[in-house]
Design a binder for this molecule. Structure first.
Ligand code: PRT
Ligand code: ZN
Length: 218
């Protein structure tokens, strides 16, 4: 089998927190596709769409570049990628927030108190923009994982990290002092694809099915 030219292409997370809910959504709206663990893509048997499995960090880039027409990814990564893509539908799963957190014992309660301090994050673009907009001059340090341990290591005074239940913050004696961004899983689209009548019609058929499922689950 190979990818077809008159199909639209959708990129979803290959293996992570959003994968199961995303696959369930696609199946719930009636799409039939095989999904073996090792696959790079699947072709829908009953809808003109191919599904590519990729790392979530690459989805916004692939959509922006037109490698795929659509992506399903956390808004946090869409904002961080800062690419010209359209967010066309929130999907109401994968909820989390990007928050500024500090050691509970630090006595810090306002971001202004972080002026001149180091802030560790895996979201340097979003974090830098947030502090710039608030006119607080900080030194943003980019860390790819385990950001929440950096204050205890003396690497940073504060972090900007994703929070869902808050248990990771509590475990590390951190408290959130500001919300930077509320996120959930969203559908993003390539702008040229939306301007192409044939592709846009297929995208709209898919979105109509998503809307039906979302309305039913409310
Ligand atoms: O391999 P790949 O690059 O595709 O995946 P990944 O490991 O980069 O991402 P993954 O699968 O961990 O997360 C995918 C998406 O899920 C994120 O981009 C968010 O949009 C969303 N999401 C929702 C979360 C969380 N909730 C979340 N809690 N992503 C990460 N976390 C982390 C958080 O950073 C913290 O360290 O989970 C930890 C625990 O959170 P608490 O507050 O529940 O304790
Ligand atoms: Zn990732």
């Amino acid at each position: 089998s190979k990818l077809s030219g008159d199909h639209i292409k959708l990129a979803i997370q290959k293996d992570g927190r959003l994968t199961e809910d995303t696959r369930n959504l696609l199946r719930t709206v009636g799409l039939h596709f095989e999904s073996y663990k090792q696959r790079l893509f699947s072709i829908c048997r009953n809808f003109p769409m191919d599904i590519l499995y990729v790392r979530d960090d690459d989805i916004a880039e692939y959509v922006a570049e037109g490698v795929v027409d659509l992506g399903i990814v956390g808004r946090n990564l869409v904002v961080e990628a800062d690419k010209p893509v359209e967010e066309i539908m929130p999907l109401n799963y994968g909820h989390c927030s990007l928050k500024v957190a500090v050691p509970a014992e630090s006595g810090i309660s306002r971001i202004e108190q972080l002026a001149g301090c180091k802030v560790a994050t895996s979201y340097p673009v979003t974090t830098s923009r947030f502090f710039e907009e608030r006119n607080v001059d900080v030194n943003v340090i980019t860390i790819s994982g385990s950001v929440e341990i950096t204050p205890a290591l003396g690497v940073a005074s504060a972090i900007v990290d994703l929070v869902s239940t808050g248990s990771s913050l509590r475990l590390n004696d951190l408290i959130a002092i500001e919300n930077v961004l509320d996120s959930q899983s969203v559908v993003i689209a390539n702008r040229d694809s939306l301007a192409d009548n044939q592709k846009a019609a297929i995208v709209e058929r898919l979105l109509t099915r998503f809307r039906g499922v979302m309305a039913a689950s409310e």
